[in-house]
Design a binder for this molecule. Sequence first.
Ligand SMILES: NC(=O)c1ccc[n+]([C@@H]2O[C@H](COP(=O)([O-])OP(=O)(O)OC[C@H]3O[C@@H](n4cnc5c(N)ncnc54)[C@H](O)[C@@H]3O)[C@@H](O)[C@H]2O)c1
Length: 361
Amino acid sequence: MPNQTPNDSIFSQLEAFGHKKIVFCSDPDTGLRAIIAIHDTTLGPALGGTRMWAYKSEADALEDVLRLSKSMTYKAAIAGLNLGGGKAVIIGDSRKDKTEVLLRKFGRFIKNLNGEFITAEDVGTNPKDMEYIRMETQHVTGLPESIGGSGDPAPVAAQGVFMGIKAAVKELYGSDNLTGKSVIVQGIGHVGENLVRLLRDENAMVYASDINEERLGQVAKKYGAQAISNNNIFDISADIYAPCGLGATVNTQTINKLKCGIIAGSANNQLEDEHIHGQMLLDKGILFAPDYVINAGGLINCYSELMGFSKKRTLQLTENIYDATRNILKLSKTENISTIEAANKIAEKRIADIKKVKSSF
Ligand SMILES: NC(=O)c1ccc[n+]([C@@H]2O[C@H](COP(=O)([O-])OP(=O)(O)OC[C@H]3O[C@@H](n4cnc5c(N)ncnc54)[C@H](O)[C@@H]3O)[C@@H](O)[C@H]2O)c1
């Protein structure tokens, strides 16, 4: 989705990002300060995680929720889901400030939106927190399996990234077989570890890095990956670079050093600047599988839970990421536009088409 740097007036920001609705949730009794951003509901109710983060300023929190909710609109559209885009942020330190009453109060604000917004876990929240929200509203997903939810979305997210990697490899090498291909997985947390497992199962060679050295040692040993220092990532020649930690790791500095033909990983917002770095990658002939397209497995898992969870159906929808990625790479090639621009075009077309369906009755 397009990067924008709106000025700091709230209404200008809403107009620049194209949001439908913003709800500011303030409750001094519980200490709740949250923002729910509903970007677009053309395709269905806005679904997005609730992030709890100690933002430096309220302006930072607002910008984050606007940016993240917009990307959810694009992610759902490309994945072919009948969902709109939304996101929520709770301002606070999740290790100190998170309480049952705060989460339940937040649940009441979601309840008041009457299904226009559905939430799930994100950075700083977990399935247990979703259980608290569920006590006040049914508009929450990503619940633990023990209470009928879809459970941990990370293995599904990893499966989607794996399909995206295969699609990119097919484009570059003519076959999607990963045997013998080398992959740098940066960040071997919930998604990264599952990705390492899938890659090793297909006999890819994996270089793994993580700032958590203890975890890195364990995961590398378990799957037969080669542990590398985070500082060496851009010195290593490999077929694929899979960022699975934080965003913005693809920037002017790193693109100039990168020795990989493909970038495909789970981290959200991998390009520091969508336009500048999308174009730079195109010019350098590095194939970028857009992050929001190939990491949609987590969202698909949540969507399945809403539809009456079926593992088989979830897997089918996740495997569609292969074709979705292939179509984007094809459009990028035929129109000579960056892959992120191609993905945005396809997402925007689906939303515009469905708007026509919903324009009457
Ligand atoms: N969990 C999901 O279902 C899901 C779905 C879609 C997208 N994502 C995105 O994928 C990424 C990973 O998610 P996760 O659930 O695995 O998170 P996680 O917190 O479990 O794992 C992230 C890992 O990255 C490591 N890390 C952080 N910064 C790093 C750096 N600079 N270099 C190397 N390692 C670093 C952390 O130590 C951690 O082990 C995030 O960007 C997340 O937003 C996750």
